[in-house]
Design a protein around this ligand. Structure first.
Ligand SMILES: [Fe+2]
Length: 232
């Protein structure tokens, strides 16, 4: 039997596999999503991902770069044409600006700390339904997004640094070549989008705020190299 992270990768690839026309092979995606959520609930960051028990930082790689100042770091775990899986690590006070995942599914599992997630579902072009902020920690089940629901979100720390495991399908860059890349846009919430419902918001596309950037750290969990051969 493989490691827990291997089971997550295998299940994610199976769940989100697509036919040549882009439709999902799996006809019962909700069942598979529930299995995936359960597997994510059982992930142990230290044992399964090589993240240190207290800080949620990789146990080895960050100490090699003491001058790092990026507010957010990303640790890629696995990526192929079907899914991208990695861990975002946010310093205390950091946030990921409001952004979209056009046509994607997503699963976000908090590993350490607590996050405020403000999500929106697109209702029309740049008009979006705003949901109440959800405050989630490692005790909570994963948060989900789909092409039509909660597809835009902003994510910020609450009372300290935090990290979360992120599964996106399909990936932003499915070929890994930057040749067929799926755009990610950033937005500002500029006010009410209609007279009758204050939760329908008008979102304006903006450039990425200069306060946000992301560097990368190296995965140091269980060996999953064989999966890159198997699934690529
Ligand atoms: Fe996101």
């Amino acid at each position: 039997m493989g490691s827990r992270i291997e089971n997550v990768i295998r299940t994610a690839v199976h769940t989100f596999a697509t036919k040549p026309n882009g439709s999902l092979v799996n006809t019962n995606i909700n069942h598979n999503l529930n299995v995936l959520r359960q597997l994510l609930n059982e992930i142990c960051p230290a044992e399964d991902l090589g993240l240190s028990r207290n800080s949620g930082q990789p146990r080895f790689s960050l100490s090699l770069f003491p001058s790092r100042t990026a507010p957010v770091s990303y640790m890629e775990i696995f990526e192929n044409q079907t899914v991208s899986i990695g861990v975002f690590i946010l310093k205390d006070g950091a946030s990921i600006p409001l952004h979209d995942h056009v046509g994607m599914h997503g699963i976000l599992k908090v590993l350490y700390g607590t996050l405020n997630v403000q999500s929106y579902s697109p209702s029309q072009y740049i008009k979006a339904r705003r949901f109440p902020v959800s405050c989630i920690s490692e005790k909570d089940s994963p948060a989900m997004l789909s092409p039509s629901d909660h597809n835009l979100h902003t994510i910020g720390t609450v009372g300290g640094s935090a990290s979360f495991l992120d599964i996106l399908a399909p990936p932003y860059d499915p070929d890994g070549t930057c040749g067929n890349i799926r755009d990610c846009y950033y937005y500002a919430d500029v006010g009410e989008g209609g007279p009758c419902n204050s939760e329908i918001r008008l979102l304006k596309r903006t450039s990425c705020p200069s306060s946000f950037w992301c560097d990368s750290v190296t995965y140091c969990g269980p060996d999953i190299k064989h999966l890159h051969h198997e699934f690529n």
